[in-house]
Design a protein around this ligand. Structure first.
Ligand code: HSE
Length: 317
């Protein structure tokens, strides 16, 4: 039984970088700055409705709410509590990050929605238990409920999806001084489509390289060994297929690595790209070069430079 005394509650969930080069669908980290705020309120009549979405340019679905990531996540939680027939929830979404950017926009909406609803209903769940509902939101957006973005956005830090069925998420150690620089060229790519272009199987030799790199990256995080992190940030499987959709990708990567990035790859499904850096100074130098390269393609870039966001989602007032 849930106790409900509040009339409304609000939460923030940050943007996130999924895959982190070698860890397709299993690694992600959260960043500071961009993200979503979702407010949920009790309404008189049963059912879920989305009353307002700000900052989406009218692009996100509102009705039926099951087609919206936040709406679907809220419905999943009400169903699990067995109160969906008698509870009325209205949802307001404020997007403070670009859509279709590869920065976990759909995850941020669904995570903020379930964190806010949990508060509204007097915390029936632990934070980590909210993941299962936020994942339902990812299903609405991408057709496949991958847990990488939602884990990082919900829990913060660097996360590993050790298993999706059953859900087993590991929050990894984050070395001091690690800085993320995320660059969003002003084009949009659908995660659903960029998942469809991926091959369904990989060669054993590629798989061996890939799991060596995933292990190396995680070991590098724990031992705070930036050189090991750098050597491990190589993806022979997904990046080659997707990077052709991103103007100037090879040039950006080469320049970022020359300018001292530990690694450079696609953020989630793209088109955003990211670099992990040893310092904010390195990140700022790389930002100038990325902006110069994208300008040659007549593309503007939004850059987000921040330490890893260790806190993740949170209630706000
Ligand atoms: N791991 C997912 C993908 C993240 O790369 O398709 C999508 O945001």
């Amino acid at each position: 039984m849930t106790k409900q005394t509040l009339k409304s509650a609000k939460a923030f969930a940050p943007a996130s970088v999924a895959n982190v080069s070698c860890g397709f669908d299993v690694l992600a980290f959260a960043i500071h700055g961009p993200g979503d705020i979702v407010e949920v309120s009790i309404k008189d009549t049963p059912g879920v409705e989305i009353t307002d979405i700000e900052g989406d340019g009218g692009l996100l679905p509102k009705d039926p709410p099951v087609e919206n990531t936040a709406g679907r996540a809220v419905m999943a939680m009400l169903k699990d509590l067995d109160i969906e027939d008698k509870t009325g929830i209205s949802i307001r979404i404020k997007k403070m990050m670009p859509l279709g950017s590869g920065m976990g926009s759909s995850a941020a909406s669904s995570v903020a929605a379930v964190v806010a609803l949990n508060k509204l209903l007097d915390t029936p769940y632990e934070k980590s238990d909210l993941l299962q509902f936020a994942l339902q939101g990812e299903l609405a957006a991408s057709g496949s409920p991958h847990a990488d973005n939602v884990s990082a956005s919900l829990l913060g830090g660097f996360t590993l999806v050790r298993s999706q069925h059953p859900l087993d998420i590991v929050k990894l150690h984050v070395p001091k001084g690690l800085v993320a620089a995320v660059f969003h060229p002003n084009i949009s790519i659908s995660t659903k489509n960029t998942r469809l272009i991926l091959r369904k199987s990989v060669q054993m030799s590629q798989a061996v390289q890939q799991w060596g790199n995933v292990g190396g990256l995680i070991a590098g995080l724990y031992t705070e060994d930036f050189d090991l992190i750098s050597r491990s940030m190589t993806d022979h499987i997904v990046e080659p297929a997707r990077s052709i959709l991103i103007p100037g990708f090879d040039e950006m990567k080469e320049s970022a690595l020359e300018l001292g990035a530990l690694g450079f790859s696609i953020s989630g499904a793209g088109p955003s790209v990211f670099a992990l850096c040893r310092s904010e100074e390195d990140a700022k130098i790389i930002k100038k070069e990325i902006a110069r390269i994208l300008d040659t393609f007549n593309l503007l870039v939004e850059a987000y430079i921040s330490p890893i966001n260790l806190e993740g989602s949170k209630s706000v007032t």
